[in-house]
Write a protein that binds this ligand. Structure first.
Ligand SMILES: Cc1ncc(COP(=O)(O)O)c(C=O)c1O
Length: 398
C-alpha cells in the first residue's frame, strides 16, 4: 500500500477502467493486425463528426485568437451570455422554463456530477441508482465519501421501484438515473419517473430531509422512433439535469457540460451557488472557454442522428443472425445483449480472440451481459458478424 495515498485512491490506482482497458487493447491489436482486422465496440467515443457549425465557429474563434483575453478566465459558473443562451435552449429541450441563474457550465457531465456529489455528500452517505450503471458512478461517489448503491433493473431494463424504495435509508442523499441509458439504451417513461418521484417525496417526508434526483442526460438527443425523453424538471422540485455536449455535438474531448436546477427547488440559490463553488474547490475553476464560446455557434445543431439509427438497424440484424438475445435499444448508441454461457468476463475474452471488442456487463454492475458501442462504421458492424457468431459457438460448444 502506498502510504502517500488515501486508501481508496491506492485501490483506484490498481484498477484501470475496463472500458479504457478494452479500448487500449483495441489500439494494440489494430497496430499489430491492421485497422481492418479489429471490430472495436468498446468505447462510447462519438465518431460521427460534429455539425458543420462547430468548424465554422472554430474559424471565427481563430480570428480572435490574438486578441487580449481571447483565452481568459470566465466566471466560475461560465460566461453570463452563454448561460443565457443555454437556459433558452434548455427551456425548449426540456419543455419547461429554465432560468440562466439556475444553469452552470462545467467540465463535462462527469465533473459536474462530481460537483453535485462534492456539494451534497458527507462521509457514509449513499447515492442510489440502478444496475447496470455508467461505470464511473461508483468512483465518483466514493471520491466524495459516499457509496453508489445499485438496484438491478427489471429484465426489460425498467426501474424496479419496490426494490429502489426498500433501498432508501436516511443516508440516501442523491438518486441518479440516466436516460437514454448507457449501457442498455432504455428510455425511462414519464410514469416510471413519476413513480420514483412519489417514493422520494414519501421518503423525504419520513426522514425529514429532501432527496435530490439527478437526471444524467448526455444521450437525450438520440432516441429512435421519435420518442421524447420526459423531463424530470416539471415532475419534482428537488431535481436537476446534468448533461453535456459530448454526444449530441460530438465534443467529448472538449469537456463542456452543465447543470440545470429545477426553478422551483426550495433553497435553489444556495444549491446552484454550491455547485458553482465546487468548480473552485475541485480546482477546475470553470468550463473551457473555447467550448463555451463554441456554443454560440453550434447550440441547437446536433450531429447526424440518422447515422446512429442506421447502425442500430444493422447491428440488430448482425446480432440476431449471430444468435444473440437482446432488447432493442430505444436510445443512445449501445446494445446490451445477454452473454452466451452466462460468464460475461470469460465471454468478452473469447470475443476479443475473434478481434471483436466489447465490455463485460460486470463493469456496469450487471454480470451476464456485455456492451457493444456502435460508435463505429456500418462496415465494421457488418464485419463483426463472423467473430460474434464464432465466439457464441465456441462458448456454447457448437
Ligand atoms: C451516462 C453517462 N453519464 C455521464 C457521462 C460523462 O459525460 P462527459 O464526457 O460529458 O463527462 C457519460 C459519458 O460517456 C455517460 O455515458
Amino acid at each position: 500500500m502506498n502510504q502517500l495515498l488515501r486508501p481508496i485512491f491506492a485501490e483506484a490506482s490498481k484498477q484501470s477502467s475496463p472500458i479504457r482497458a478494452m479500448f487500449e487493447t483495441g489500439l494494440r491489436l489494430k497496430k499489430e493486425f491492421g485497422e481492418d482486422a479489429v471490430c472495436d465496440f468498446s468505447i462510447g467515443n462519438p465518431d460521427v463528426p460534429a455539425p458543420k457549425q462547430v468548424k465554422e465557429g472554430m474559424m471565427e474563434l481563430a480570428k480572435k485568437a490574438d486578441q487580449p483575453l481571447a483565452f481568459g478566465y470566465t466566471p466560475n459558473a461560465g460566461s453570463g451570455e452563454i448561460r443565457e443562451l443555454l437556459a433558452k435552449y434548455l427551456s425548449e429541450e426540456q419543455g419547461y422554463p429554465v432560468e440562466a441563474a439556475d444553469v452552470m457550465l462545467g467540465v463535462g457531465a462527469g465533473a459536474v456530477m462530481c460537483n453535485v456529489f462534492n456539494s451534497c455528500l458527507e462521509a457514509g452517505d449513499q447515492v442510489l441508482g440502478v444496475a447496470p450503471f455508467f461505470a464511473e458512478y461508483t468512483g465518483w461517489a466514493e471520491s466524495f465519501g459516499g457509496t453508489y448503491k445499485a438496484i438491478p433493473v427489471n429484465s426489460d431494463f425498467s426501474f424496479n421501484l419496490p426494490a429502489m424504495e426498500a433501498a432508501i435509508t436516511p443516508k440516501t442523499r442523491v438518486v441518479i438515473y440516466n436516460s437514454p441509458h448507457n449501457p442498455t439504451g432504455y428510455v425511462y417513461t414519464e410514469a416510471e419517473i413519476k413513480g420514483l418521484v412519489d417514493i422520494l417525496r414519501k421518503k423525504g417526508k419520513e426522514y425529514g430531509r429532501p432527496i435530490l434526483l439527478v437526471a444524467d442526460e448526455p444521450y437525450r438527443f438520440l432516441t429512435y422512433g421519435g420518442e421524447k425523453v420526459p423531463s424530470v424538471l416539471p415532475l419534482y422540485e428537488y431535481s436537476c439535469v446534468v448533461s453535456s455536449f459530448a454526444k449530441n455535438i460530438s465534443l467529448p474531448g472538449e469537456r463542456i457540460g452543465y447543470l440545470a436546477a429545477c426553478k422551483d427547488m426550495p433553497g435553489k440559490i444556495d444549491f446552484v451557488a454550491a455547485i458553482i463553488a465546487a468548480n473552485r474547490r475541485l480546482g477546475v475553476t470553470s468550463a473551457p472557454i473555447i467550448g463555451q464560446e463554441l456554443l454560440k455557434y453550434c447550440l441547437g445543431h446536433n450531429t447526424d442522428a440518422e447515422t446512429y439509427a442506421k447502425r442500430r438497424t444493422v447491428m440488430a440484424d448482425v446480432l440476431t443472425r449471430a444468435g444473440y438475445k437482446f432488447n432493442m435499444p430505444a436510445g443512445a448508441f449501445y446494445f446490451f445483449p445477454i452473454a452466451p454461457g452466462g460468464d460475461d468476463l470469460a465471454f468478452v475474452k473469447i470475443l476479443a480472440e475473434q478481434r471483436v471488442l466489447a465490455v463485460q456487463g460486470t463493469a456496469f454492475g450487471m454480470p451476464g451481459y456485455f456492451r457493444l458501442s456502435f460508435c463505429v462504421s456500418e462496415e465494421i458492424i457488418k464485419r463483426s458478424f463472423e467473430g460474434l457468431k464464432k465466439a457464441r459457438e465456441i462458448v456454447e460448444g457448437k
